[in-house]
Structure formats: structure tokens, C-alpha cells
Design a protein around this ligand. Structure first.
Ligand SMILES: NC(=O)c1ccc[n+]([C@@H]2O[C@H](COP(=O)([O-])OP(=O)(O)OC[C@H]3O[C@@H](n4cnc5c(N)ncnc54)[C@H](OP(=O)(O)O)[C@@H]3O)[C@@H](O)[C@H]2O)c1
Length: 300
């Protein structure tokens, strides 16, 4: 299977490239700037057609959630219009498209984990741009799987885990919000899931229940403070940096973009339709920590 993935150095695209290197029957072809700039999606079809994909994964996005509040046009261009152009190209090529989306399409007011049919109500410019991308995808190409994930991290890249380890290296206590709930999702696990969904779409080109919107987060749930505590516990167990977590409220940590208090995604639909479920978040974190230790990146 030839998977063309948008983006070059992103967490999910990097994990897909690594997975491709390990699988004999999987070729992962990342494509990004300057060849493909979703802020100016001029010749998306020409670029993607040349790579002869069996399926396209739309993993590139403007992901600077706070900065998007002041760059909302750019976020909308990349995440809305750009994603739509990728879907239109997949339609023109007659191949399925898989699109990464986010829990931030919700306002977090739901008391229970969100299901796919719950009403969307993004609280931020980033969330609005990602919702526009979902809608552009669905409008451009019926053969799509929109995969909403949350709290993505990896051993490389810009993410909460790496921020926590950096902070712990030079301070004994870190304040972390304890009133936002969700589930961390490990990029290599997302990559495995994306590949399986792509295989399913290709194997069953007309099965309606494999298409549409799906929730896809790490198993279980926690808060950002709970995630930080587990990061420090697992880091300490491997001789890495550790700190005490001081739980604070969202009100104590104002950010330009509002974030949902409840980011929990019910992933039942993905499991039922695609037989795909991301591993439990603590177990995934342990694999990431082992990798950091192997890399010599867990130093006090
Ligand atoms: N990170 C999270 O916590 C999170 C949570 C929920 C959903 N998601 C979604 O999951 C997907 C993957 O996220 P991620 O964490 O892997 O993202 P990431 O690490 O921030 O990487 C973003 C990728 O998008 C590419 N990109 C940005 N602007 C672009 C443009 N104008 N043209 C072409 N490519 C552009 C970047 O390109 P370069 O390689 O050139 O830098 C990079 O490869 C995204 O759709 C994101 O919205 C992420």
C-alpha cells in the first residue's frame, strides 16, 4: 500500500514514516512544504498524482492552538481550505482520504465522553479551522475517514510530554491544570491505527460504516495534571527528571485559546467498525519513555 501523507516533520507523519520503514508492504510518502504548502494550495493534485497513492492521509495542520487566535485566517486556510483541497485531490484520483481531526471541535460541556454524533461547538480559532476541514473533507469526497484524536505526543516533536521533562530538569515543582479531562494519544499508536483504517477502506471500497467520522484517542482517561504525574513517575523510574505536580485550575492558567474541560472521546464506533483501538495511555507512555531512555534523552 502506498500512503501519501501530508506534512514532513509532524509527530503523526514521522510515526507513519517510521512504520513504513518497518513494514514490507507499506510505502509511506510524506509530502510537505515547499512542494506542498497548504497555506497556498495551488497544485495539490499535480503534486499528489505524481506520488501515485493508494490512499491519502491528511496529517498536516496548523497546530499552534494559541497562536491561531491571532492568525485565524492562516489557520483556516491551512486546516480548512487546504484540507479540502487534499480531499478534492483524493476524489479526483479515486482513492480514499483519512483526515486527522481533534477533540477541540467540542466545547467540553458534555458530562460524558463525546460520541461522533454529539453537537460540535469549537471554543477556539484552531477548533473552528479544524471543523471547517472536516466539513470540507466530507463535502469533497465521500470516501473519507475523519479520525478525531486528542493530546498527541511522541518522543520527538513539540508536545506536552517533552515540555514537562524540560521543566522538571530545572525546577522541583510544576503547576499543571487539573480540571481538563482527556486521553493522551501516542503518535506511533495513531500511525498503526491509521494504516489499519486505510487497509480497511481499500479492502471494502463500498462499506458505508467504514466511512465518516470516528473518535480515536488513547485508552482510558486522565487530566493534564494526571498525565504530568505519570510522566514524572515513569521518568523517575528510569532515572530521568522528575518534579512534583501542583494541580491548578484552568482559571489559574489563562491562555489565548480556550480549551474544552472535557476532551474525552468515546472510541466505541472505531472499534466496532474498524476493529481498531489505541492502547491504554499509561502503557503507551511507558513505550515512549523506554524509547527516550534508549535515546539517552532521559537525563537529570
Ligand atoms: N498535537 C495534538 O495534540 C493534536 C490533537 C488532536 C488532533 N491533532 C491533529 O492531528 C494531526 C497531526 O498532528 P501533529 O501533532 O502530528 O502535528 P505537528 O507535529 O504540529 O505537525 C504539523 C505538520 O503539519 C505540517 N504543516 C503545517 N503547516 C503546513 C502548511 N502550510 N503546508 C503543509 N504542511 C504544513 C508541518 O509541516 P513541517 O513538517 O514542514 O513543519 C508538520 O508536518 C493534525 O491534523 C492535528 O490537527 C493534533
Amino acid at each position: 500500500m502506498r500512503l501519501v501523507v501530508t506534512g514532513l516533520t509532524g509527530q503523526v507523519v514521522s510515526a507513519l514514516v517510521e512504520l513504513g520503514a518497518d513494514c514490507a508492504d507499506l510505502v509511506v510518502l510524506p509530502v510537505g512544504r515547499p512542494q506542498l504548502d497548504l497555506a497556498e494550495p495551488t497544485d495539490v493534485e499535480g503534486v499528489l498524482r505524481g506520488l501515485r497513492p493508494d490512499a491519502v492521509v491528511s496529517a498536516a495542520a496548523y497546530t499552534a492552538v494559541d497562536r491561531a487566535e491571532t492568525e485565524s485566517d492562516l489557520a483556516m486556510q491551512v486546516n480548512g481550505t487546504g484540507a479540502g483541497a487534499v480531499a478534492a485531490t483524493a476524489a479526483a484520483l479515486g482513492v480514499p482520504v483519512l483526515h486527522l481531526s481533534t477533540d477541540y471541535v467540542f466545547d467540553g460541556a458534555n458530562p460524558a465522553p463525546y460520541v461522533e454524533t454529539d453537537p460540535v461547538a469549537p471554543m477556539s480559532a484552531y477548533g473552528r479551522s479544524k471543523l471547517a476541514g472536516e466539513r470540507a473533507m466530507a463535502a469533497a469526497h465521500p470516501d473519507h475517514a475523519i479520525l478525531r484524536t486528542s493530546w498527541v505526543y511522541a518522543a520527538e516533536g513539540k508536545n506536552f510530554l517533552r515540555t514537562m521533562l524540560r521543566l522538571a530538569a530545572d525546577r522541583p515543582e510544576v503547576s499543571v491544570v487539573a480540571d481538563q479531562q482527556g486521553a493522551p494519544s501516542y503518535a506511533p499508536d495513531i500511525a498503526v491505527a491509521v494504516v489499519q483504517v486505510a487497509r480497511n477502506l481499500l479492502a471494502e471500497s463500498t462499506r458505508h460504516n467504514l466511512r465518516g467520522v470516528f473518535h480515536m484517542s488513547g485508552g482510558g482517561e486522565t487530566t493534564w495534571a494526571g498525565f504530568a504525574e505519570e510522566i514524572f513517575r515513569q521518568s523517575a523510574a528510569r532515572g530521568g527528571p522528575t518534579a512534583t505536580v501542583r494541580p491548578i485550575s484552568t482559571a489559574d492558567y489563562p491562555t489565548p485559546a480556550a480549551r474544552p474541560a472535557n476532551s474525552r472521546l468515546d472510541c466505541t464506533k472505531l472499534k466496532a467498525a474498524h476493529a481498531v483501538a489505541l492502547p491504554e495511555w499509561r502503557e503507551a507512555l511507558a513505550r515512549c519513555m523506554d524509547r527516550l531512555k534508549e535515546q539517552g534523552a532521559l537525563t537529570r
